[in-house]
Design a protein around this ligand. Structure first.
Ligand code: HEM
Ligand SMILES: CC(C)=CCC/C(C)=C/CC/C(C)=C/COP(=O)(O)OP(=O)(O)O
Length: 309
């Protein structure tokens, strides 16, 4: 009897031909570009918490601790999602689906840098920051990745709180207190997350459908998602005015952030009413520059115009 030749899917082929692990694979696990932006938002939280220069004795261990724990959360995300990552074109070359690293290596790495980060924050910063950072790690690595991501199209809205936390973590690292101004910075990132992610999800809707992940474009359609993106972008524009309205930031921030908000709104409008093939992806890319720009503006304004406290 003739036997059919075994047909491997792309991901299976990758998984059966493991490549040598390198330090780059470990770096990839930490989602370094995401963590760098998270650290910028934490640094801005630190700077805005005090009218004077941030003491380096808190800043350095604060950023290292938050960075290590964020990297650990990202590595757990790679571990938990390895099977769905193997089914999506965007993620199938990651260290686990490609076979470069084993689940045990990733678990050991995530636990090591996570515990190290917690100890650094607990010993050299303060316990409030250590616990809040741990809560963010649990929020992203466990609540979002293990449960919400597979359970509801509101996954990234709720899970976004963990990624939005770093300005608060930076603030508490300096003052050991939760201040309403820090919560306002968290609200900016929290409101920014849906247009940031859903723009990419619209671009990659087929991938998410294939992996059976209930992202909004899969469950409610692309047209509805574009409407949600537009509404969240308008809300973000309003929330971005708050730092000026409450007197935390001045005119540099007001002018710069308004330009960024209008620009982002332009993308959201185009995406809804006159999209080209690349509008969603371009909006996703712009979202990263927008958040970067907003936090740089907060920083410039703080040192040139308005020390917050
Ligand atoms: C639940 C919340 C979030 C979700 C679901 C999300 C989702 C994503 C996804 C799927 C990507 C593409 C990654 C890739 O291509 O490998 C991405 C990229 C990115 N995200 Fe987010 N994100 C979230 C929150 C954040 C936050 C809070 C920040 C920073 C403050 C951030 C910054 C970035 C950056 C910088 C990139 C580009 C990464 C690169 O080019 O390597 N994201 N995000
Ligand atoms: C301690 C602390 C502040 C923790 C938060 C750390 C962190 C890395 C947040 C970023 C959120 C993010 C990139 C979500 C994408 O996950 P996804 O699984 O939807 O995207 P993927 O498909 O690209 O993996």
């Amino acid at each position: 009897m003739m036997t059919e030749p075994v047909q491997f899917t792309t991901s299976e082929t990758l998984a059966t031909t493991p490549k040598q692990a390198s330090w780059r694979d470990y770096l990839t696990l930490t989602k370094p570009n995401v963590v760098l932006l998270l650290l910028l938002t934490a640094l801005v939280g630190m700077c805005l918490a005090t009218p004077t220069w941030v003491p380096w004795q808190l800043m350095v261990p604060g950023l290292i601790g938050i960075g290590l724990m964020s990297g650990s959360a990202a590595a757990v995300n790679h571990l938990v999602d390895r099977h769905i990552d193997a089914r999506m074109a965007r993620t199938l070359r990651r260290p686990l689906p490609s076979g470069a690293l084993s689940p045990k290596q990733v678990l050991t790495f995530a636990a090591t840098i996570g515990v190290l980060g917690f100890i650094i924050l607990a010993v050299w910063v303060n316990m409030l920051t250590a616990w809040l950072t741990l809560a963010s790690l649990v929020g992203y690595a466990f609540i979002y990745t293990m449960y919400l991501k597979r359970a509801t199209p509101q996954n990234i809205v709720i899970g976004g709180l963990a990624g939005a936390a770093p300005p608060l973590l930076g603030w508490t690292a300096i003052t050991n207190e939760i201040h309403p101004f820090a919560i306002m910075l968290v609200m900016i990132i929290f409101t920014w997350t849906p247009p940031h992610f859903w723009a990419l999800a619209v671009h990659r809707a087929k991938d998410y459908a294939k992996a059976e992940i209930p992202m909004l474009p899969v469950t409610h359609g692309v047209a509805f998602t574009k409407t949600c993106i537009l509404l969240y972008t308008i809300l973000l524009g309003v929330i971005c005015l708050l730092p000026y309205v409450v007197g935390m930031s001045g005119v540099i921030y007001l002018v710069g952030s308004t330009i960024l908000s209008c620009w982002f709104l332009g993308y959201a409008w185009k995406l809804k009413y006159a999209p080209s093939k690349l509008t969603a992806y371009n909006m996703f890319k712009f979202s990263i520059w927008q958040l970067f720009g907003l936090f740089i503006l907060l920083l410039l304004d703080h040192y040139l115009v308005t020390p917050a406290l």
